[in-house]
Design a binder for this molecule. Structure first.
Ligand code: NAG
Ligand code: NAG
Ligand code: NAG
Ligand code: NAG
Ligand code: NAG
Ligand code: NAG
Ligand code: NAG
Ligand code: NAG
Ligand code: NAG
Ligand code: NAG
Length: 857
């Protein structure tokens, strides 16, 4: 659960910040000597260079490492790997067993689109450049490499006003400000400050230069600052190695494809997860949840999945049910009812386990030795929802099997459809092992009733607690509200090195368990914390944000960020989480949220109700916008398959598709779903119109089919409260199905095609379809093409049988069709001509067969 304990934390941290923490000014690094090349070797597939510290150590934020080794490999034609390591290999590196990277096979230097070049500068020592054609895309000249045990600094030049996207997670505008921006990567449960570190860590960035994109990823789990200032990007890393991958692009989708090829493609989500989800913290009992389900239905608003936050648990303890308010038999009855109506159930689960010898999950985990330890070998005890608690150590040999065992017991009681694994930053309510030495079943009052305590005495000489360089994390010290950085995992490693991997490992363990437990059912998992490659296992949402228009806006930017991070299933809590929403905000948020890849309404404890049926205007806005989403499920699903195969994000920034459109560079007020659908929502309070950018080309209004000639300029569109502007891109064909109130029912309905002609009366698209729930490889890819007044439906791959027929074709921008011929026979379809479009209805075309449809005028 996400709970506004920020006030609590503020009070709790309200002591005077220690001097070291406020002293974030950077030390003078001019005495750092850089490195000298001592030997080098060029091989067919790369380079090796040995480096030695070029002078007296500066020991600026740790101890300079004297001897380094650099390796360059041309992984693929479009990916270059550059790794600078300590020759002794003492620095922590993420093991391949935790995050397996796809090596890419290797190509020869001559076959690489990226070139590597190094130099020795008299002042700054060794440096390197990465080039694409004549363009230098990464260049350390003018900046010494600093490589110390607890501090690595790598700096590369950027053009002025560079277009940088990515690096997070941090709520921010989509285009990063390159003038004094510090992005801190240190996972933190955060209803936090704008721009500051929050739940996940992703170092990947993309840069747009001269209409082409390239990218760079740093593979390192330590806390770090990535600083954009003075026309440079500077990495300030608290340890490890300088392990970089560069991606050639040249399109945005190419960079994301190249990145996800390395760290892992997004997982295949079940079709049902594309439906609307409803949750809130604070449903008092299961009967209230049942009313919510009934009320969605009465209002004719689609409801696919019903979620519960910690309310359902017995005293917030994992794997239990509140015997009074959420008794198991009632939960089972509800689940049966939901399944009978093709609806799903999702529950929250936390990693923290109550420290209680009588509580079986604890007793079993203690027995199996799976909890994080203090340095002295005792269990690390902290405070979370159920009181004093321990945390699983995913490095422990038996952790995954213990966790799987607990989940097995839980799911055998209630066979829910998806899991929300929360607070896996991990998030705790105190700093340091505040429960160590406490009796094993003491429950303190809930944290929000604990009076502010003073910060535990901080051992400032311990360099794992207080590293010499202070990253700009939003809280006071690294260990605040999480496991202390000195706590020890089963491999004897301190949390300092692996903190940012905690949620990734939790996600991976949960995903793997589910695929073993239900071998042929695709899991659905939601996690706040993510790391590079998390998209293989989980979906994500913005986290605890506020019910206000600014956060609605920034949710779009965050969704676009996660497209870069390889986690396409992303959204924000519709209508906002913290604080009371308003009718207007909720309607506007429903209009945006209907197009988030992951669409969930979620609300905070104590806030006014905000289910989509609560106000007539919100209900109407929801029915309309979700009606579009559900109609376009085949189109959305096709695009998710492109995410699975190539990493391509479902929600796309305009600049991804139109890199030459300068006004699109910082546009995070609109977005595309796939490459064919433009959403131009209202994100301003009181507005009833929206200034929307229309790139070059023809755009068709979803509702009226009327055309807009895009000229790379803003156009003002009407946007009454219940209306969201949606435009179809000329030149594209979108597959659709008549929408129903659940995805399962929608899948049974007739197909139709939206054929949006471009200026040459041509268009093209694709349809991917499979059963949407198993890991079957049985599928069907259909190629759709419109040219010369003919529509060509070609099955290009697979043998999955699509049952419902294609009964309708919307030809946008093609007026006055009079007759229709399917293959060679005239059909008596019902043809309507409206607003420059021809709608041909009452067809019956088998989508499993190759068909040509000709139109005559
Ligand atoms: C960059 O930031 C500095 C101070 O923060 C400010 O003086 C300067 O005008 C900014 N430059 C640009 C281009 O925004
Ligand atoms: C940018 O340059 C200014 C002036 O030299 C300096 O004061 C500032 O610290 C630099 N910023 C960063 C982040 O290096
Ligand atoms: C459901 O709708 C009924 C009838 O409008 C209303 O009385 C009730 O409060 C609603 N309950 C919930 C949980 O929305
Ligand atoms: C400890 O666990 C047992 C078994 O679940 C439970 O009955 C008891 O209430 C728990 N103790 C506390 C203090 O929560
Ligand atoms: C503080 O940390 C240092 C370095 O880890 C350690 O040697 C020392 O014993 C610690 N002091 C206390 C009071 O724990
Ligand atoms: C287009 O409209 C947006 C939103 O109102 C505005 O921020 C932007 O500056 C406008 N662009 C131009 C070129 O007028
Ligand atoms: C496109 O088709 C329309 C008929 O709907 C026709 O009037 C127009 O000339 C065609 N344009 C081109 C470029 O072929
Ligand atoms: C023909 O199609 C139009 C638009 O789809 C529809 O409104 C109308 O009812 C249909 N007519 C018949 C006779 O089915
Ligand atoms: C159209 O013709 C092809 C052969 O050209 C045939 O395979 C297909 O079944 C036909 N489609 C329909 C819908 O009859
Ligand atoms: C996690 C997140 O997105 N937090 C943002 C929520 O919105 C506030 C502004 O209201 C930002 O400051 C937070 O950063």
């Amino acid at each position: 659960m996400k709970f506004s304990y920020s006030l609590f934390v503020l009070a709790y941290l309200g002591h005077a910040a220690p001097v070291w923490a406020s002293n974030l000014a950077k030390r003078d690094i001019s005495s750092c000597p850089g490195y000298t090349i001592t030997s080098k070797q060029s091989t067919a597939g790369g380079f090796t260079v040995n480096l030695e510290l070029a002078g007296a150590p500066c020991n600026i934020y740790g101890n300079d490492i004297l001897s380094l080794n650099l390796q360059v490999t041309f992984d693929t034609q479009n990916r270059l790997h550059l790794h600078i390591q300590d020759t002794d290999r003492k620095q922590y590196q993420i093991p391949g067993t935790i995050i397996p990277l796809n090596g890419g096979g290797g190509v020869s230097k001559d076959n690489s689109n990226l070139k590597f070049d190094y130099f020795q500068d008299t002042n700054t020592g060794f440096g390197f450049r990465i080039k694409r054609d004549d363009e230098v895309i990464f260049d350390t000249s003018g900046h010494s490499l600093i490589f110390e045990d607890q501090y690595i600094e790598v700096t590369s030049s950027l053009p002025s006003s560079a277009n940088i996207y990515g690096i997070g997670e941090a709520p921010d505008y989509f285009r990063r400000d390159t003038n004094n921006t510090i992005k801190t990567l240190w996972n933190r449960e955060a209803a936090g400050e704008f721009g500051k570190n929050s739940y996940g860590s992703h170092t990947i960035y993309m840069e747009l230069r001269k209409d082409k994109f390239h990218g760079a990823y740093l593979h390192n789990s330590h806390g770090m600052d990535i600083v954009l200032a003075n026309n440079t990007i500077q990495y300030r890393i608290l340890g490890g190695t300088a392990d970089f991958y560069f991606f050639n692009g040249p399109s945005a989708l190419d960079v994301i494809n190249q990145y996800t090829e390395l760290v892992g493609r997004p997982y295949r989500v079940p079709y049902w997860s594309l439906g609307l989800h409803n949750c809130r913290y604070g449903y008092k009992d299961i009967y209230e949840v049942n009313e919510v389900i009934a009320n969605y239905s009465k209002a004719n608003i689609p409801l696919e999945a019903v979620w519960s936050d910690v309310d359902y648990m017995d005293n917030a303890r994992g794997f239990t049910f509140d015997p009074v308010n959420y008794p198991l038999d009632e939960m089972q009855k509800q689940l049966e009812q939901l399944h009978a109506h093709n609806q799903k159930r999702v529950l929250i689960v936390h990693p923290a386990i109550q420290h209680n010898v009588s509580y079986a999950p604890y007793a079993r985990g203690d027995q199996a030795g799976v909890f994080v330890k203090n340095l002295d070998g005792s269990e690390y005890i902290t405070q979370v929802w159920p009181g004093y608690s321990v945390l699983p150590d995913w490095f422990a040999k038996n952790a995954d099997s213990w966790w799987g065992g607990e989940l097995t017991r839980f799911l055998s009681e209630l066979s829910i459809d998806g899991l929300w694994i929360d607070m896996n930053e991990p998030s705790t309510f105190c700093t340091g092992s505040c429960g160590t030495g406490r009796p094993a079943d003491e429950v303190p009052p809930y944290p929000w009733t604990i009076p502010p305590q003073s910060h535990r005495p901080l051992n400032t000489t311990n360099k794992l607690l207080v590293p010499p360089y202070s990253i700009h994390q939003a809280l006071v010290e690294l260990s605040d509200s999480t496991i202390e950085t000195t706590a020890i995992n089963a491999q004897g490693l301190a949390e300092y090195y692996t903190h940012n991997l905690y949620g990734y490992m939790h996600s991976k363990a949960t995903y793997k368990f589910l695929t073993q437990y239900r071998p042929n059912v695709r899991p659905f998992l939601l996690s706040p914390t993510t790391f590079a490659g998390s998209g293989k296992y989980v979906s994500h949402w913005v986290g605890d944000n506020h019910s206000n228009f600014f956060d609605l806006h920034i949710s779009i930017a965050s969704m676009l960020d996660f497209g870069i991070f390889g986690i396409p299933m992303m959204g924000a809590d519709i209508c906002g989480f913290e604080d009371d929403t308003t009718e207007e905000l909720c309607a506007r948020w429903a209009e945006v949220g209907a197009f988030y890849p992951f669409a969930r309404n979620h609300n905070a404890y104590g806030a006014i109700p905000q289910e989509l049926y609560r106000w007539p205007s919100v209900a109407e806005a929801s029915r309309r916008a979700l009606g579009i989403r559900y109609a376009l499920l085949p189109y959305i699903y096709t695009n998710l398959q492109l995410a699975v195969e190539k990493g391509w994000p479902l929600a796309r920034a305009l600049i991804f598709e139109f890199p030459g459109t300068s006004d699109a560079i910082d546009n995070d007020r609109q977005f595309l779903v796939g490459d064919s659908l433009l959403i131009s929502p209202v994100i301003t309070e009181g507005a009833t119109s929206v200034d929307a950018l229309f790139p070059q080309g023809i755009w068709y209004d979803w509702y009226t089919y009327s055309q807009i000639q895009g000229k790379n300029k803003n156009i003002t569109l009407d946007a009454p409260l219940e209306h969201v502007n949606v435009h179809i891109r000329g030149g594209k064909i979108l597959p659709a199905q008549v929408p129903a109130l659940t995805t399962t029912d929608s899948r049974k309905n007739d197909f139709y095609l939206i054929v949006a002609a471009d200026a040459n009366n041509c268009s093209s698209g694709k349809l991917y379809y499979d059963d949407g729930e198993t890991f079957t490889t049985d599928h069907r890819w259909i190629d759709l093409k419109y040219a010369d007044n003919m529509l060509f439906i070609n099955q290009i791959e697979g043998s999955y049988t699509i049952s419902p027929p294609l009964t309708k074709i919307l030809l946008l921008g093609v007026a006055d069709v009079q007759t229709v011929v399917v293959n060679d026979s005239h059909v008596n379809g019902n043809i309507t001509n409206i607003n420059g479009a021809s709608i041909i209805d009452e067809l019956s075309i088998d989508l499993n067969k190759r068909t040509v449809v000709s139109f005559d005028f």
